[in-house]
Design a protein around this ligand. Structure first.
Ligand SMILES: Cc1cc2nc3c(=O)[nH]c(=O)nc-3n(C[C@H](O)[C@H](O)[C@H](O)COP(=O)(O)OP(=O)(O)OC[C@H]3O[C@@H](n4cnc5c(N)ncnc54)[C@H](O)[C@@H]3O)c2cc1C
Length: 199
């Protein structure tokens, strides 16, 4: 079996290496000192197609797969582990999940905006008392008329303080245990009652 990267994959890798060297490395020390986040950089990464791997072309995908996503993320992570996170927050967490489990309307509405960086994504699973043990989560969602009312607290949610649309997991049927969890698409800035804070 040949484990060599193809010439195209090597090009992708080199593009990410140059991006990380030129656009992240010179600034990262200062940014980390000041806890600074750059939305412009997320969009720059999106413009280079970094978040379109594994996504169908009709939803903004770039024709590349998960291996290419790993090659890109690896080069960025070498320079800054923090700046590897947008691959999870735009592509792997929200976009690939909605592509696999969402309906057609959700796919068309949300995926292209995560891929393009127009929406800053997130996924909210972890809670103060449940990490690896996801089934131990306490957040509940109940249908009230035609609205879902969600009650609970999440923690460690990357991008929570700057996120737009993303995914939030809650119990809708606790008796069904892990099969009774539902993934909600929510907007952190526009949903009444949501509060977020950077920690
Ligand atoms: C930088 C950062 C960003 C994050 N971003 C997000 C995010 O965007 N969204 C989100 O939902 N969460 C996020 N998390 C949370 C992350 O997913 C959790 O930290 C993770 O699920 C582990 O949970 P925990 O920290 O509660 O550890 P625990 O689940 O308490 O685990 C503690 C230790 O016990 C071990 N352990 C746990 N269960 C078992 C078992 N059954 N058998 C043997 N060993 C076990 C673990 O391997 C670990 O070493 C983030 C965390 C960090 C550090």
């Amino acid at each position: 079996m040949n484990f060599e990267l193809t010439p195209e994959q090597k090009m992708v890798q080199e593009q990410a290496r140059r991006f990380a060297e030129n656009e992240i490395k010179p600034f990262v020390e200062e940014e980390e000192k000041n806890h600074a986040f750059s939305l412009d950089r997320v969009r720059q990464m999106a413009d280079l197609g970094f978040f379109g791997c594994g996504i169908k072309e009709e939803y903004g995908g770039n024709g590349m797969g998960i291996l290419e996503s790993v090659l890109l993320a690896e080069q960025v992570a070498k320079v800054s582990p923090s700046w590897r996170l947008p691959f999870n927050m735009q592509n792997i967490g929200p976009a690939l999940t909605v592509q696999k489990f969402g309906n057609e309307e959700q796919k068309q509405k949300f995926i292209p905006k995560w891929v393009s960086g127009e929406n800053v994504g997130f996924f909210a699973i972890t809670e103060p008392n449940s990490g690896s043990d996801v089934a131990g989560m306490k957040t509940n969602a109940k249908l009230d008329g035609d609205e879902w009312v969600i009650n609970g607290q999440k923690t460690w949610i990357s991008n929570a303080h700057i996120g737009d649309w993303g995914l939030l997991y809650a119990y809708t049927d606790r008796d069904a245990k892990y099969k009774g969890m539902t993934c909600f698409l929510i907007n952190l800035k526009e949903t009444p009652g949501v509060t977020t804070q950077a920690i």
